[in-house]
Design a protein around this ligand. Structure first.
Ligand code: HGY
Ligand code: MN
Ligand code: MN
Ligand code: MN
Length: 413
């Protein structure tokens, strides 16, 4: 009689605190940016843990990391579960790591019982989900599904001038014992556990969110160009000041778009002036805009409105403006078969849940292009994420992992 696998909560919580030490910041968060030495250290630890349990370790050409526990039939495409290990520069200990380590805990729980599955189960740690050090985000899953090729990112450099290609090569070389596999190996389905990164589950006292869709994301880089000049001798009438144009544009956007549409999100995360001297009118001002919306045509309309508003502001200051798109992830829906399986598992476990849309983008959205995919959210304190204070109650960590285990086995029936 096969015993049902059980999550070992103590082991999972210990793993989470061990990984939180890799890239730990003085404020108690993590700085484990994609393809950094901290990311390599986390991958190495996970690969060592996997080998210690007899799982096989694979990497693909964009360094997605796969840990495989064989099933009875090696010809059957595996069930894939996982998330990402890379973090924001001032990230939290749970964004990505929770889903990756809970998936590994599922593998260990199944192994503990010698529970046989027909197909293999694989855990994945996707490369560069965040897109903060190297743009765009979700590079690993985007490449896995064929929506990009590693060569597309050959010339990508970080804000510090580090080469994506060199860091990718170093990361692949750092796991010589990993077996290389081609991009896009077939999978039967994909499940990802992640923190909500919003406040609704905690506010409503729910243990789980069954994610039915992910809103769209678009990243723009806007550069206003004018004439540099002396801060003291150049009268306002004779300036072509890109800083005035930029701030005018951003004020108009905040006043026009945001109040009309509560679902719209517009974030300026990076802002720089060149030459950045206190007493020189800048010749160039550059900032990024992260636009989000659940509806594809509205996302496009907001993009168009941003462009028109920037062009008007540039004209009013006799400046010019250039706008490039560095990331475009349309909204997407998850498989109803998969979300129904998660719902059945939540009911079997007696966990209070709701169906919901994700405000954050995730690798699962790309994976959904090649296999049935879905996500499970757990509450995080005050909905805080992309912040070193990010926190998840131990009970929510364990319930999330239990639900991931049940839903994974449910999807393999
Ligand atoms: O930005 C995002 O939505 C994701 O958390 N990286
Ligand atoms: Mn080692
Ligand atoms: Mn994440
Ligand atoms: Mn994130």
């Amino acid at each position: 009689m096969r015993l049902r696998p059980e999550i070992c909560g103590e082991r999972l919580l210990r793993r989470l605190s061990d990984f939180a030490e890799i890239g730990r910041t003085s404020a108690g968060g993590v700085n484990r940016q994609a393809l950094s030495k901290e990311d390599r250290a986390a991958r190495h630890l996970l690969a060592d843990l996997a080998r210690a349990r007899g799982f096989k370790v694979f990497q693909d050409p964009i360094a997605n990391l796969f840990l495989r526990r064989e099933g009875r039939n090696p010809m059957r495409p595996p069930m894939l579960i996982g998330s990402h290990l890379d973090s924001q520069p001032t990230g939290g200990r749970f964004d990505g790591a929770l889903g990756t380590l809970a998936a590994f805990e599922v593998l260990e729980a199944v192994e503990d019982q010698g529970y046989e599955t027909e197909a293999a189960i694989e855990v994945v740690a996707w490369t560069n989900e965040e897109g903060s050090r190297f743009t765009p985000g979700v590079m690993g899953s985007m490449t896995f599904v064929g929506a990009a090729h590693p060569n597309d990112f050959r010339s990508v450099v970080s804000g510090e001038g580090e080469s994506f290609s060199q860091e990718l090569t170093a990361t692949l070389a750092a796991l010589p014992e990993a077996i290389m596999r081609p991009l896009g190996t077939p999978i039967s389905a994909y499940l990802e556990l992640h923190i909500e990164q919003g406040p609704s589950l905690e506010r409503e006292g729910l243990a789980a969110g069954i994610v039915t869709a992910v809103q769209g994301t678009r990243w723009l880089t806007v550069t206003f160009s004018g004439s540099a000049g002396h801060a003291g001798t150049t009268s306002l009438a004779y300036r072509r000041d890109p800083m005035v144009a930029a701030t005018l544009a951003l004020n108009r956007l905040q006043m026009s778009i945001m109040p009309q549409d509560d679902d719209a999100r517009l974030t300026v995360g990076r802002f720089s002036a060149h030459p950045g001297s206190i007493n020189a009118i800048p010749d160039r001002v550059t900032f990024t805009i992260d636009i989000r919306h659940p509806d594809a045509s509205t996302l496009t309309a907001i993009d168009a409105s941003v462009r028109a508003t920037c062009e008007e502001a540039a004209l009013s200051q006799q400046c010019s403006v250039g706008i490039s798109t560095s990331f475009d992830m349309p909204p997407g829906w998850f498989s109803k078969v998969m979300t129904d399986r998660i719902e059945a598992a939540a009911q079997a476990l007696g966990l209070p849940y709701k169906r919901m849309i994700s405000g954050a983008f995730h690798d699962a959205l790309f994976v959904a292009r090649v296999a049935p995919a879905a996500m499970i959210f757990v509450p995080c304190r005050d909905g805080i994420s992309h912040n070193e204070a990010e926190y998840v109650e131990p009970a929510d960590v364990i319930n999330g992992a239990r639900l991931l285990l049940e839903a994974t086995l449910g999807c393999m029936l």
